[in-house]
Design a protein around this ligand. Structure first.
Ligand code: SR1
Ligand code: MG
Length: 403
């Protein structure tokens, strides 16, 4: 094994995760328990432990010293578990209504005990089933504005921001994003995964120098724009939802990065959901559901923007150089970044290592291929035209053009 772990680290089993909770006084050793490993992500173990007598329940998330999706050949720091627990606590301090409660983090075991949200559904799955979440856009827009504003120079002040940034240096997980979002999908990398029928379309991307230059510029923004503490992986699998409640989970990719990266990730995954709906909805259902999804994209941006503006008006820390006209310029730069990052995200989920369930589960190969082609086309267009897209309504139009 090429990875190193602390001496007290052992991956949990269903038995040892119970010992861990007993040791930390969460449960009594004699309690009647139901223990399940429920992790379906790419990187970690997730155990749900329920006390059948009291109906209390906990989630124990443990990092593995390698990427579960690839295996031991891809070592990965266990420190991501600390980063995730600290990012959850940070978010909880700003927007408690949108973040799970962290009860305990054990750095030796790379494990975090947190609130069980199993009354919620993973948003990606809900969207595959055609569910409507009336509060989603408002909640996500508010979450984004608060977490991003209050960890930025504007909301926190430059000295405190630099202090906070030290705790969120996250080179391993940023390295995954740098490779899987900004590099590998744009050349013939071994990690890529796509059907041979898509190769001609993919090769057109790889040969387009103007396009690759724009991707390079977005990658450099990701590497260098340390604007705020971002979630870093805000796709629809990182949101737990009910009709009213929204909880943002899994911030193990958190670091000081570009604000537009979180917004771009969220709207990209909605765009992928939109493209996939022809395989999941009946003809009668489709238009109404697409209108709902378009509405989520539009509203999330408007709520983000208006909330960010009002936080700026009330809490701007220091410097009267930061005028209203500067804010307009800054918000526009966030918008342009969001569009570009969303394009990269759409492409990586189509031809890169990790795909999305709403497209992977399409059983008819002709429909699936057609959707993947649309996704590639959309991603490319968004990256190339991002500086000329003036409003979120224009973004919606660009999705509609490929449908
Ligand atoms: C090796 S991890 C693959 C992907 O899963 C995570 O959710 C991130 O998006 C990462 O890029
Ligand atoms: Mg995740």
């Amino acid at each position: 094994m090429s990875f190193q772990v602390k001496s007290g680290y052992i991956p949990f089993t269903q038995e040892t995760v119970v010992h861990f909770l007993v040791q930390h006084n969460f449960i009594d050793p004699s309690a009647p328990l139901l223990v399940k490993e429920i992790g379906d992500g790419n990187l970690n173990y997730v155990f749900q432990v329920q006390n059948k007598a009291t109906e209390e329940s906990w989630i124990v998330k443990q990092a593995l010293p390698y990427a579960k999706v690839v295996g031991e050949s891809w070592p990965l720091t266990l420190d991501r578990s600390r980063i995730e627990s600290e990012a959850l606590k940070q978010a909880h301090s700003l927007v408690p209504e949108f973040s799970p409660i962290v009860y305990l983090h054990d750095s030796e075991k790379a494990a975090t005990v947190m609130e069980d949200l199993s009354s919620h559904t993973i948003l990606r799955k809900g969207l595959i089933e055609g569910r409507v979440y009336p509060e989603l856009a408002k909640n996500v827009g508010t979450y984004l504005a608060h977490t991003l504003f209050f960890t930025s120079d504007y909301g926190l002040g430059s000295a405190k921001k630099k202090e906070l940034a030290k705790r969120f240096s996250n080179p391993d997980l940023c390295g995954i994003t740098e490779s899987l979002v900004f590099s590998d999908p744009f050349y013939n990398a071994e990690s890529n995964a796509f059907t041979e029928e898509l190769r001609p379309d993919v090769e057109i991307l790889w040969e387009d120098q103007d396009f690759l230059t724009e991707v390079a510029s977005l990658k450099h923004s990701f590497l260098t724009k340390g604007e705020a503490l971002i979630h870093g992986d805000l796709h629809t699998g990182s949101l737990f939802v009910t009709a009213r409640s929204t909880k943002v989970i899994d911030p193990e990719f958190a670091f000081y990065g570009p604000v537009g990266f979180d917004i771009g990730a969220f709207i990209a995954n909605l765009a992928l959901s939109i493209l996939s709906q022809e395989a999941h909805r009946t003809e009668e259902e489709k238009d109404g559901y697409l209108a709902y999804l378009f509405g989520v994209i539009t509203e999330v941006w408007h709520v983000f923007e208006s909330t960010f503006r009002s936080l700026w008006d009330t809490y701007l820390s220091e410097d009267n150089l930061y005028s209203r006209s500067y804010l307009d310029i800054y918000l526009h730069s966030i918008f342009v970044d969001s569009i570009g990052f969303s394009g990269c995200k759409i492409i990586r989920r189509t031809i890169g290592l990790a795909h999305v369930e709403e497209i992977e589960t399409i059983t008819d190969p002709v429909t699936k291929l057609a959707i993947e082609r649309k996704a590639l086309h959309l991603g490319k267009k968004l990256i190339l035209k991002r500086k000329n897209i003036d409003s979120i309504e224009d973004y919606i139009e660009m999705i509609q053009e490929v449908l």
